[in-house]
Write a protein that binds this ligand. Structure first.
Ligand code: SAH
Ligand code: SF4
Length: 382
């Protein structure tokens, strides 16, 4: 078949495509019908098992087929605009896509795991009052390819293709954006991440976090099947209406009903409720007791997230003492209540600090002081 060689700029990258899109892309090649599935599986393995950087490496394909592939496609990744490493080892990449829009992806290494925090949108259409991403103007959905490419770039930079041991053990869809407002692309992205013949990260180690888009929670259970995290943050509708405004559309009762019906919940497959600790706003002991009552009957754990300030934010983080009191009550109520220690805050990589804006600023002095105070209080208590 006569094919015209295209310049790199015109070429479409195969890297990051989910299986159906890859199969469709390969359809323009001259592959006999009965070989198609085998070729698809071979290319899949080169992409997501080996992390190939050039089509030339795909040595299980004939030279002719590689040439033909090269005429149409490349394996390019999004551009890395920034690559920052925090004092605590957290690493943050600012990635730029072909249209110039940017998102952030964060890797958080820990003793027994490494978690990659992946974005689902450029910015976010919702505007939770404590979240930096919600203040970003430009918003668009990421394609499935752009979601998967974040994992690919992280693996490239961490040098973990064919890993021993694997560094990225967990994925959380907790970067920029509301994943359930970009349902199909997030679904196809997660299914690709979980594919055994490729990236092979089990769905039990992939968590989708939502601010509570109730009708889509059911679809997530049916079509994705990952772990679920709910950004609850309040126990009463009037407060949640204010700090997580989507609550006006999908109030707490409906949200909890959707959680109760999430498939195959058990003690080993629990829902995570996220609760950001805002001083004097949602951190009283009576709210901790209400929280236990509210989620009773749902296999769950509560992640207490110390509020991470950002330039211009109007909240303060609860005192460490108060976070611990809150946690103890939840714990006595029968729910694990780990406190999420802020990671990567010196590079603005902590929860809710992500914002792909050229005007990004360094963590404020106020915040540094707060963090230092919290840490020293915590150490004093150990
Ligand atoms: N949009 C989704 C996922 C991204 S946000 C969601 O809202 O769930 C990931 C988590 O970070 C959410 O629980 C969110 O409420 C929390 N978060 C946002 N801003 C924060 C901040 N400034 N400090 C601490 N946590 C924050
Ligand atoms: Fe969007 Fe989540 Fe931030 Fe709310 S907390 S504005 S839903 S990213």
């Amino acid at each position: 078949m006569e094919t015209k060689t295209q310049s790199t700029e015109d070429k479409r990258s195969l890297m990051g495509l989910p299986r159906d899109q890859l199969s469709e892309a390969l359809n323009i090649l001259d592959i006999p019908e009965k070989q198609k599935n085998m070729r698809l599986n071979q290319v899949w393995g080169w992409l997501y098992n080996k992390g190939s950087e050039s089509i030339d490496e795909m040595t299980t394909l004939s030279l002719d087929l590689r040439k033909e592939l090269e005429n149409h496609f490349d394996l390019s990744r999004p551009l890395i605009s920034e690559d920052q490493i925090s004092e605590d080892g957290t690493r943050k990449w600012l990635l730029k896509f072909k249209d110039g829009s940017e998102v952030e992806t964060v890797f958080i290494p820990d003793n027994d795991r490494g978690t990659l925090c992946v974005s689902s949108q450029v910015g976010c259409t919702l505007n939770c009052t404590f979240c930096h991403t919600g203040t970003q103007k430009l918003v668009r959905n990421l394609t499935a390819q752009e979601i998967i490419a974040q994992v690919v770039v992280a693996k490239d930079c961490l040098n973990e293709w064919n890993p021993e041991p694997r560094q990225i053990t967990n994925i959380v869809m907790m970067g920029m954006g509301e994943p359930l407002y970009n349902f199909e692309n997030v679904r196809d992205g997660i299914i690709t991440m979980a594919d055994d013949a490729g990236l092979s990260i089990s769905k039990r180690r992939i968590t989708l976090s939502t601010s509570g888009i109730v009708p889509m929670i059911k679809s997530a259970g049916e079509e994705i099947g990952s772990m679920l995290a709910i950004s609850l943050h309040a126990t009463q509708n009037d407060l949640r209406d204010e700090i997580v405004p989507i609550n006006k559309k999908y109030p707490i009762e409906e949200l909890l009903d959707a959680c109760k019906n999430y498939p195959s919940l058990s003690n080993s497959k629990r829902i995570t409720f996220e609760y950001v600790m805002l001083k004097g706003v949602n951190d009283s002991e009576s709210e901790a007791r209400d929280l236990v009552k509210l989620i009773s009957g749902i296999p769950a754990k509560i992640n207490l997230i110390p509020f991470n300030p950002w330039p211009g934010s109007s909240y303060e983080c609860s005192d460490w003492d108060q976070i611990e009191k809150f946690g103890d009550i939840v714990n006595r109520g029968g729910y694990a209540s780990p406190i999420r220690i802020p990671r990567g805050s010196d590079i603005s990589a902590a929860c809710g600090q992500l914002k792909s804006d050229s005007k990004k600023e360094k963590a404020s002095d106020r915040y540094k002081k707060e963090l230092a105070k919290m840490e020293s209080e915590r150490i004093g208590r150990l």
